[in-house]
Design a protein around this ligand. Sequence first.
Ligand SMILES: [Zn+2]
Ligand SMILES: [Zn+2]
Length: 434
Amino acid sequence: MTFKIHRGTQEVGGSCVEIWTDTTRIVVDIGMPLVMANGQEFNFKQYEKLSTQELVEQGILPAIDGLYENANSKVDGILISHYHQDHHGFLSYADTSIPVFTGEATKQILEFSEEFFNGKQLENQFQTFAKDRSFSIGDITIRPYWMDHSAFDAYGFLIEADGQRIFYSGDFRGHGRKGKVFKWFLHNAPQNVDYLLMEGTTIGRGRQSFPTEEELEEKFIDVFKSTQEINLINTSAQNIDRIVTIYRACKRTSKLMVVDVYTAAIMKEMASYATIPFPSASFPEIRVMYPYFLSRMIADKIGKEFLYQFQPFKITKEEISERRKEIVFLIRPSMKTDLDRIGKLENGNFIYSMWSGYLKQPKTDSFVNHLRSKGFAFHQIHTSGHADIATLKEMVTAMKPKNLVPIHTFDGDEYKDIFTTVQVKRALDGEMIR
Ligand SMILES: [Zn+2]
Ligand SMILES: [Zn+2]
């Protein structure tokens, strides 16, 4: 078995690994980069018009034979570890005849997001797998391990062929709402692994441990109680752990949770895979707000039926204004105009519940300043979607791999000083390892 990390040995984002035997070739993740070579934020808009071939030539898309259209001998399969852009963002460039293997909920989110944001259907041939059930692509066997991560349906992969084993960790942590899943993993970690390709997103951010979602729940409650006015929260609709945390904090403080129609739809989709609250008769304390431009876009691109599904749980601007003292409202910078049209929204709390790096984005920055000018108190409540160093060490100790390869990290050089019990193999992007 041979592998090549096309992207990820020197950076977080754009993860892509090619693995092959004499007869079979697979690609594990096909992510969009988060940063450019000069360290600036990667913005795909400036490359959008380029052809697939031009994107490969410029080093934006990975140079993998058989991954794109018109190739003679196609890649045999693509594995997607989870639904974050930096792991699947370039999937639409892959030849649609190549089967794509992913978790059931991940498939759902990918299809939903494509329809929602691009008004299109994904044409890839999806084959979903179940956790801990092995499957084969040619002579390569894959066993998916469910992982605790800020994406709800995330997996690591044990990849076996020719009597050799690679473990790809994907993105993971141990302090989320699926912390028990990680504990299970530690007790059942695969052994005799030749190469562990392990993420290290938080390496370089210090040795501290991160708060759990349960601890965040208490913090939300404290902040909710600190105002007599509305609580606004900016978080990711796809961070289901956080949505559940906020819901629980709302329940415990008798707040009305208001989400927009996009967040409502994600919650509803995910509720078929786990016990997740969503706007419905069973959860009358969750109501749905219809942002103007978003609703118009949905009506045009997806159809009005999509909007009607939450009609019974709709909350109007007037009602939000009237009941503002009892409301926790999940918002985004793109909803600024809608917020301005709701009367009397001022002097409450604004809780930022995402990675602080995004605060530097001009759109978010001006949104925060706008709310501050309306008297909102700014709070940050967040925990990382990725493992702290102690948790990373737990994975290494449980698996005792023959080689540890840094991936999905800006600080791969530090691995050898942190994981001293194993051999660290520092790879380069594009380097072939047999
Ligand atoms: Zn992720
Ligand atoms: Zn990632």
